[in-house]
Design a protein around this ligand. Structure first.
Ligand code: TRP
Length: 460
């Protein structure tokens, strides 16, 4: 029985001998699930789903998770474990210097996404604290307007970034792994409890119907399709090297396909359960119109309103909900910051603490812009959260499918016999199916990003 760390050191070569590794398999999976599960599942999924016709979106989202999500995750795992470096270094190693711009795009995506993600996470912290201290607001629309931008938003954004920076400073095993091991199971059980409670509401069935009954023409709508693809990448933390970075801390014994499957199903499961909480609540309280209007604030307007209307029980449930959301947000933010920090460690040979403070401060400052204006937040999400991610996913599919030397070997390391047989299928998908689908989506999302930028320039 070889000692995993020794094997790794031998393979890694001298300059990365002290690269950290995950202590346990569960630690890796929980950190990756922690990255995947976050505001994307509970804030973004329900509102994107309600924009694009509910159940049709859900069906496409499941299909795309399986057909392109899992292959892309495997591609990131393979490149990360082969490269044993953060995105920039790993991509250079696997594809040569021509591919460096993609590495830089990954780091830029991490910086931009975290800077607005943190603003939304800040709202979450505020709602959790306020609910504990004084309950939910009587007029949720006015309250959201008052706290979502400006100084109140900036203060909570700072608090959230401080927590994220703190955990990343401590490192992979003691910081990221330990935090995820406790926080992720907690989040899951809270959400499950909430879904049971939501089922008891009057009018819940109407919410389920909207959520779960597909309509044929929306299934064929390119915008709905692209939204589902974009949401799948955002939710699975794909397309910007987060999973790649985690895999760089992984030993050769890990069964990549099994882990990718577990992570994807866990992420889908949480999004799906979040839908089982959010849609019945929205329907039970007749909030459909409000949610349709203010997509960004949907969750932060509809749910507090619901909790407020339900008295003491609502307050308890609401506190739990926002705590769970906060937990999901922080484990995701960790992975976004880790992409930037690990790149700085590898490229500039900085100490982890120094890198975390520098990167975290830059991101904190950039986040002040989306914290002052929700239109800016929307543009950043359209550009970095959608367009960059689909482009980054297309890039990694091509890199691993066509350029990387012997990707099959990397995928086979640690694979079970059953998956070993599926490796050619995965590679076929990465070479042909995924790029074909993604070209379409990239085109659609480029249009979306441009339109968002133009609207910002012309509209306000
Ligand atoms: N997946 C996370 C969520 O659903 C957000 C996130 C974390 C992310 N890391 C990422 C999104 C990397 C895209 C890329 O909330």
């Amino acid at each position: 029985m070889p000692e995993p760390i020794e094997v790794d050191v031998a393979r890694r070569g001298a300059d990365s001998i002290d690269r950290e590794v995950f202590g346990t398999r569960a630690g890796f999976i929980l950190a990756a699930v922690g990255s995947a599960v976050g505001l994307g599942n509970m804030w973004r999924f329900p509102y994107v789903a309600s924009e694009g016709g509910g159940a049709a979106f859900v069906v496409l989202y499941i299909g795309l998770t399986l057909v392109i999500g899992i292959p892309i995750m495997l591609a990131e795992f393979a490149a990360g474990r082969r490269g044993r470096l953060s995105p920039i270094g790993a991509i250079r190693k696997v594809g040569g210097s021509k591919w460096l711009p993609m590495g830089f795009m990954y780091v830029l995506s991490g910086i931009l996404i975290l800077s607005y993600y943190s603003v939304i996470a800040g709202w979450t912290i505020r709602y959790a604290i306020e609910a504990m201290l004084s309950g939910f607001p009587a007029d949720p629309v006015a309250h959201f307007d008052a706290i979502s931008t400006g100084l109140p938003a900036i203060v909570y954004h700072l608090a959230f970034m401080a927590a994220t920076i703190g955990i990343v400073m401590v490192g992979v095993e003691k910081g990221i792994e330990k935090a995820s091991m406790v926080l992720m199971p907690a989040l899951f059980f809270i959400l499950l409890g909430l879904a049971c409670w939501a089922a008891t509401l009057d009018g819940a069935s109407e919410g389920y119907a909207f959520y779960l009954r597909p309509s044929m023409d929306e299934l064929l709508d390119l915008d709905v399709f692209s939204n589902a693809a974009g949401q799948a990448f955002f939710s699975l933390s794909l397309g910007m090297g987060a999973m790649l970075t985690f895999a760089s801390y992984l030993s050769k014994h890990e069964n990549l396909a099994r882990e990718a499957t577990i992570i994807s199903f866990a992420d889908f499961g949480v999004a799906f359960i979040a839908g089982l909480v959010v849609f019945p609540v929205i329907a039970a309280l007749g909030l459909q119109d409000q949610v349709g209007e203010s997509a960004m604030g949907a969750l932060f307007i509809s749910l507090p309103g619901a909790f407020e209307a339900m008295g003491t029980a609502g307050r308890v449930v609401g506190i739990l909900f926002f705590l769970a959301l906060m937990v999901g947000a922080i484990t995701s933010a960790i992975s976004l910051l880790e992409v930037v920090v690990s790149s700085m460690i590898d490229e500039f040979k900085l100490a982890r603490k120094t890198a975390a403070i520098i990167a975290g401060s830059v991101i904190t400052v950039i986040g002040i812009f989306p914290a002052t204006n929700l239109d800016i937040l929307g543009v950043m999400d359209a550009v970095a959260g959608e367009f960059f991610l689909v482009l980054g996913a297309l890039g990694i599919a091509i890199l691993v499918g066509w350029v990387m030397e012997n990707p099959a070997e990397e995928l086979l390391d640690g694979a079970s016999p059953a998956f070993s047989k599926a490796v050619p299928v995965v590679l076929f998908f990465l070479r042909w199916v995924v790029p074909a689908i993604l070209l379409l989506v990239v085109w659609n999302k480029a249009g979306g990003a441009l339109a968002a930028i133009q609207a910002l320039g012309g509209g306000s």
